[in-house]
Design a protein around this ligand. Structure first.
Ligand code: ATP
Ligand code: PRP
Ligand code: MG
Length: 304
């Protein structure tokens, strides 16, 4: 008999994603590319999985690690910055790790960086000693300061961190940076990266030991296929048989190409799925090596 304290076994997988915000659409698009589709509830907070028993819960990104820790959700798509910050918070109060990164997803790229006013002559991190640093990532910043043996005051703000030095609330900041435009607009310059971030699939520390384990494995297999093919292109071209040894090493991270004989000629027709960057430069190199009629096609399909 199941002990009363044990969570009831679930036969559906529940994934938390951001309701709105930067990661909402790409997260859904990625899961759709894994063959999932949903029926949305009227309050638009829950999506019932139709093609597979995989449901979505639409939430604030900050809530995702806690929902996994509490077992309310099985998996979540969230920025690594949020996951690591909340992991640091838990460790800071002596709680066991309750979630971890299962996969990096290749979108939502940004970095958590220290920035100082443009006017500072930056020499080393020791200049931060005794300074006030504004951030929405106090756990990550405090951890980093400790590793650098720097005693600085951490000023916690929930947003608009870049304005703090101008308002006299802080001497420096630690916030997310992508293009750097927000820093520049606030006369700040990045001086140190604490973490490189992107959206990740987060899950519990341990694998599931019920039917969710099989669903999660299936999802991961599809996800890996979708991620591998995401920037891939199908390259089609013809070439004389004799130049094949020169051409093949030029194919960027390609699967073994399909090679077909062109009727009545000493020419071959090739098709290669390329995972590496097919730049103009690379196409020109292929052409110089003897490739003809090069055609690059986007890949929308699946890699099973
Ligand atoms: N400028 C940026 N460029 C790229 N990715 C970013 C940028 N800023 C944030 N991100 C990533 O996107 C995630 C979500 O950012 P967003 O601004 O939508 O969060 P939020 O305002 O906290 O949303 P929520 O309403 O869900 O709490 C961040 O945690 C980070 O991983
Ligand atoms: O380097 P950039 O390309 O300028 O991006 C960095 C900015 O993007 C995020 O803010 P967001 O626009 O989400 O506003 P918020 O912090 O108020 O949520 C982040 O907090 C930075 O402020
Ligand atoms: Mg948030």
């Amino acid at each position: 008999m199941t002990p009363p304290s044990a969570a009831p076994a679930r036969d559906r997988l529940r994934i938390a994603i951001q309701k709105s915000g930067r990661l909402a659409e790409p997260a859904r698009a990625l899961l759709s590319s894994c063959g999932l589709s949903w029926r949305e509830s009227r309050d638009r907070l829950f999506c019932y999985g139709e093609t597979l028993p995989v449901d979505l819960l639409l939430v604030r990104d900050d809530d995702i690690p806690g929902l996994i820790a509490d077992g309310v959700c099985d998996l979540g798509i969230v920025g690594r910055n949020v996951l690591l910050e909340q992991d640091g918070e838990r460790r800071g109060i002596g709680r066991a790790p309750a979630f971890r990164e299962w996969r990096a997803l290749g979108f939502g790229g940004c970095r958590l960086a220290l920035a100082v006013p443009d006017g500072w002559e930056w020499r080393s991190v020791s200049q931060l000693a005794g300074k006030r640093i504004a951030t929405s990532y106090p756990a990550l910043l405090s951890q980093w300061l400790a590793t650098q043996c720097i005693d600085a005051k951490v000023v916690v703000l929930s947003g608009s961190v870049e304005i703090a030095p101008r308002l006299g609330q802080a001497d420096a900041i630690c916030d997310l940076v992508s293009s750097g435009a927000t820093l520049a607009a606030n006369q700040l310059k990045p001086v140190q990266t604490l973490i490189e971030s992107e959206a990740v699939l987060a899950g519990p520390e341990q694998a599931f030991d019920d039917v969710r384990g099989e669903l999660a494995d299936l999802l991961l297999r599809r996800l890996d296929g979708a991620l591998r093919i995401r920037h891939s292109k199908l390259l089609l071209f013809q070439a004389p048989r004799s130049v094949l040894p020169d051409l093949l090493p030029l194919l960027p991270d390609a699967e073994t190409p399909t090679v077909m004989q062109v009727d009545g000629q000493d020419s071959l027709a090739l098709q290669a799925l390329c995972h590496g960057a097919l730049t103009w430069q690379r196409l020109e190199e292929l052409k110089r090596a003897g490739a003809r009629g090069l055609m690059v096609l986007p890949v929308e399909g699946m890699l099973a």
